[in-house]
Design a protein around this ligand. Structure first.
Ligand SMILES: [Zn+2]
Length: 542
């Protein structure tokens, strides 16, 4: 036997294999897992040159894989003024003033991440911005991307006055006298947004690398970028991959645009052909089937309570079918945003049509988010081999659920939100995606919600539909092996089994010990990709 390069021993090794086996030690040789077994036998792997890490009872898990996130966009946002940690109007203004003063040469002050619950009626005012940024235009997108907060200079540049009509698909928020008040909704955002300086190639590249470093520190070794929608973004991914700086395994999705029709298949196929390089792979096409329930754009089978509004399908049923059949015929892995039960049904019908038209093969279609699924559609995930790519952090009580969703969908549908347990019982495969920057990218609090259905931010709250919770080993396997499957990476990663690549994470405690406290409180100490550290906690002495 050849000596290992690295042996981790004296802890809990959660393998995420199909039997969810737990071992005590693991050996790495030439970037691959050489051996997994009991601590008592680990010494046989150790030679004079072997590095041995005593786990001291901590846990080793496969590297986490985020099956749906927006890291390139989020990384670029993080180069600008970010308000995600500002929970009040005052905190937002303080951060904007600080950023503005620290960046006096920027022609535009641009940022994002404010939340509607920080502002009266959800609509921030230009006057607040004018007080701190009187001379330069400023533009701040909200956390959900459905609105923007702008100042007087920005409105002036855009020529928006009390006389300006609302654009189609959008609204200019106005004060009592009819003057633009400072919030632009939906397509009205573009009135100012279209004037912003374009993101430079250097900014895209820095953004990707910054997100990569942040994700590695959270134990993430692969991500699926849910939307690569420009040549510039793809070029930046290629540039960092070409320079050998892309340590993350990246699966990219090109966006299928509603407005552009069937001809766009040529552009997408061409982008895919240049896309794959090093750890970067372009395989997916992303389709938005609907919007979100909070603003009544999620598509429902029955109308929102006391209305005749069924929400918005981004595509007519036949149009969606045609797009999915076409993309599938061109070997794209189709990834659909589906929130409401009508969007889910339409997507499953379209996938069924693709199988009928193109024959059955290993496609791994996936539906993202899945807030509401009609019970009749639950078994169809297993029947059609469709992966349920859910966002675990959303499956708890919050203002979004209690105030902006339940009253508008009523008790019957509220009793089946985010049905992770039901999907598993119906035989579906699950994967987890954070949807970062919409919510945290940290897998550990997301796992806590999957297991408890309670937000780690408000642990005293009632769980949301506890019968839909899943147990911790299953949740860990979903965030590793489950996501690896939808990323087409399961042959080499996703579990800790001999001969697989040594993509793994050391957590600071035995997370499987019921006395270890909530998993959301655990921390990542070490992240390895092919045996190389891409993150190490300074206290570990790595
Ligand atoms: Zn998304």
């Amino acid at each position: 036997m050849t000596d290992a390069d690295l042996v981790l021993t004296g802890g809990t090794v959660f393998t995420a294999d199909t039997a969810l086996t737990v071992a005590e030690a693991l050996a790495v040789r030439e970037g691959r897992i050489a051996w997994v077994g009991p601590a008592a036998e680990a010494a046989a792997q150790v030679g004079p040159a072997t590095r041995v890490l005593d786990l001291e009872g901590r846990t080793v898990v496969p590297g986490f894989q985020d099956a749906h996130c927006h890291p390139a966009e989020g990384g670029v946002e993080s180069l600008r003024c970010t308000l995600n940690d500002c929970h009040t109007r005052e905190a937002c203004l303080e951060e904007i003033a600080r950023y503005g003063a620290a960046n006096p040469d920027l022609e535009w002050v641009v940022g994002s991440g404010w939340s509607i619950d920080s502002f009266e009626r959800g609509t921030p005012r230009r006057a607040d911005l004018d007080a701190i940024l009187p001379d330069r235009p400023a533009y701040f997108e909200n956390r959900d991307g459905h609105g923007a907060w702008v100042n007087g200079r920005a409105l002036e540049r855009a020529g928006v006055t009390w006389e300006s009509p609302d654009p189609s698909g959008g609204r200019i928020e106005r004060d009592a006298s009819g003057e633009p008040q400072g919030t632009l909704h939906e397509s009205a955002m573009n009135l100012v947004g279209d004037l912003l300086p374009p993101t430079t190639p250097a900014e895209w590249e820095t953004g990707i690398l910054r997100a990569q470093a942040e994700f590695h520190a959270l134990g993430i070794t692969a991500w699926q970028d849910a939307r690569i929608d420009t040549r510039e973004m793809l070029a930046a991914y290629r540039a960092v991959a070409e320079r050998g700086q892309l340590t993350m395994r990246v699966e990219g999705n090109l966006l299928w645009e509603r407005m552009w029709g069937d001809e766009q298949i040529e552009e997408l196929t061409a982008m895919r052909a240049d896309g794959s390089l090093g750890r970067l792979r372009i395989r997916g096409a992303k389709i938005f089937a609907d919007g979100v329930l909070e603003n009544f754009t999620g598509a429902l089978l029955e109308p929102y309570v006391d209305t005749d509004n069924y929400g918005i399908s981004m595509f007519e049923r036949d149009e969606l079918k045609r797009a999915v059949v076409l993309l599938d015929a061109h070997d794209f892995q189709v990834h659909l945003h589906t929130i409401g039960d009508r969007a889910v049904r339409d997507a499953l019908d379209a996938i069924e049509a693709a199988e009928e038209a193109n024959g059955r093969c290993d496609r791994r279609f996936h539906l993202a988010h899945l807030q509401l699924i009609h019970p009749d559609d639950l078994p169809r995930f297993a029947e059609l081999g469709v992966v349920a790519n859910v966002s675990p952090y959303w499956a708890c009580r919050s203002g979004y659920v209690d105030e902006l969703t339940e009253p508008f969908i009523g008790p019957e549908r509220s009793a089946r939100m985010y049905p992770f347990g039901s999907l598993l019982r119906a035989g579906a495969r699950l994967a987890f995606g954070s949807d970062w920057t919409v919510s945290t990218a940290d897998p550990l609090p997301q796992l806590e919600v999957a297991v408890t259905r309670i937000s780690p931010e408000t642990r005293e709250q009632e769980p949301l539909l506890p019968e839909e919770a899943i147990d911790l080993p299953t949740a860990l396997a979903t965030f590793t092996a489950g996501s690896a499957y939808v990323n087409f990476l399961e042959a080499e990663t996703g579990t800790l089994e001999p001969s697989k690549l040594a993509d793994l994470v050391v957590l600071d405690r035995d997370v499987l010990d019921p006395g270890a406290g909530p998993i959301g409180d655990a921390r990542v100490l070490l992240t390895l990709i092919e045996g190389e550290a891409v993150y190490a906690d300074p206290g570990l002495g790595w």
